[in-house]
Design a protein around this ligand. Structure first.
Ligand SMILES: [Fe+2]
Length: 463
């Protein structure tokens, strides 16, 4: 299959001043690509169960004058320190629990023994850099040394997403689920200033919270999509099963969209569509008819979660194809129209966020697949023309393509894509720079080892 190395542990932590470069890295790239992702998949003799369980490592590709530096370091979370100090898993991960002797599962959600293993995404908020996962325990880090630097912020709930949206005025908006006898979805705003506390801007009661990995945002609305992969909060607290094993696929619920006003918290909906499942909202906006458009990377069902167990991935079973799907929600009629936008599968989506987040847009980029294995291509989707362009190379397995706008960019999508690619034959990874419009290669910087497959990262312009 050729991509199994992407699920193998990387022990080595390193700092390299200048990676070997092929082609030409644009001189205008002067910041850093910071990424997080799992990098250790076993603890002692024990294998972690799921891709999402791996211990987080931070990676930094620094750009200066056409040269590329590289550094990587394990995120020194308390979960990581527990592993280092005891040789055993100390906290509850996505699909792996600590050994019973170390842990009382029944208390975990309400007396937090939750992991702060922030391997999903990171955000820059003002001058702070914070790694995130879906527990309410973000970890701040120093972008220069990649050393952990304390707790990110308080989250008003037991679950959250690692996909906040930057808000007008410099703060961010994110989601939390408060679980208990009266559970609720909550959206909160966090100002950019250090020490700011979260302000709840909208909430919605729920009896069976849906698994929530991201949400949509328009100029006016927070877009909550409840895919019918839901959990009984009491079971989550009492089952003794790893976290994600408590969720159930309930297609009879359909996919339910609720619109919550960013300013006043007013809720419209739910507006129901056929059942599907997704991790990622791509973008959302209000159209000229007063409808709300929400684009999602959608799967037929939640089976994708099972496909991402490490034993399944290592066995080479193909991942299901994610469809770039547009839901058009009409508050006036209550109808939800659904259409597939392009034929190529698209996951790990990115857009020109600085220009288009929450607004009408034309281009999305992501990782794609031919359906026979893992992500094997980068896709550029033109949502106006409904066409795609792809980049691929035999034996290479790219991750999320992060769009970086050219400093003097004229149009949407004028810039480059940055993607960390595993070269299976070489047994190492490289940072690939593509022209975002044509997907022509601009250059690549070769890392001397493999970079385990990660999820998300951000480009931070030099301060
Ligand atoms: Fe994600």
């Amino acid at each position: 299959m050729g991509y199994g190395l992407g699920f193998e542990t990387l022990e080595r932590e390193t700092r390299i001043e200048a990676l070997p470069v092929e082609g030409e890295i644009p001189g205008w790239l002067g910041g850093s690509l910071l990424r997080t992702g799992p990098a250790r998949f076993e603890v002692g003799a024990r294998e972690l169960s799921h891709w999402f369980d791996g211990l987080a490592m931070l990676h930094r590709f620094g750009f200066a004058g056409g040269a590329v530096s590289y550094a990587n370091r394990y995120l020194e979370s308390r979960a990581y320190r527990a592993v280092e100090e005891t040789g055993a898993i100390g906290y509850s991960e996505f699909a792996t629990d600590p050994c019973r002797s170390l842990f009382r599962r029944a208390m975990s959600l309400f007396q937090p023994a939750l992991s702060d293993n922030c391997n999903v995404n990171l955000v820059r908020l003002g001058e702070r850099f914070v790694a995130m996962t879906e527990t309410p325990l973000p970890v701040e880090f120093d972008p220069a040394t990649l050393a952990a630097a304390g707790v990110g912020w308080k989250v008003p709930g037991q679950l959250t997403t690692a996909h906040p949206h930057l808000d007008r005025g410099g703060g961010m908006l994110n989601y939390a689920a408060r679980l208990g006898p009266r559970s609720s979805y909550r959206f909160f705003r966090l100002a950019g200033a250090p020490g700011a506390t979260p302000e709840i801007v909208a909430s919605l009661p729920t009896r069976r919270p849906a698994y929530m990995h991201s949400f949509g945002l328009t100029e006016r609305w927070l877009v909550l999509a409840e895919f019918p992969f839901v959990v009984n909060p009491a079971a989550l607290a009492l089952s003794g099963r790893p976290y994600i094993e408590n969720y159930r696929w309930r297609p009879e619920l359909g996919t339910r969209f609720t619109l919550l006003d960013r300013s006043g918290g007013e809720a419209l909906g739910p507006f129901t569509a056929d059942p599907c499942f997704g991790f990622h909202h791509v973008n959302a906006f209000e159209d000229a008819h007063g409808d709300v458009v929400a684009d999602v990377c959608a799967f037929d069902d939640a089976g994708i979660v099972k496909c991402l167990y490490l034993d399944v991935l290592r066995a080479g079973r193909a991942i299901p194809a994610p469809e770039l799907t547009r839901f058009t929600i009409s508050p006036a009629t209550g109808a939800v129209a659904r259409e597939r936008l392009v034929d190529e599968p698209v996951e790990l989506p990115r857009i020109d966020y600085g220009r288009c987040n929450g607004r009408p847009y034309r281009y999305a980029w992501g990782a794609g697949t031919d359906g026979s294995g893992f992500f094997d291509r980068i896709v550029r989707a033109d949502l106006r023309e409904r066409t795609t362009v792809t980049w691929s190379e035999t034996g290479c397995w790219p991750g999320e393509p992060v769009f970086v706008a050219r400093p003097d960019a004229g149009d949407e999508g004028d810039g480059v894509l940055l993607s960390v690619v595993l070269d299976g034959a070489a047994g190492s990874s490289f940072l690939l720079v593509l022209d975002a419009a044509t997907l022509a290669e601009v250059g690549r910087a070769i890392v001397p080892h493999h970079v385990p497959f990660g999820f998300h990262g951000q480009y931070a312009a030099a301060a």
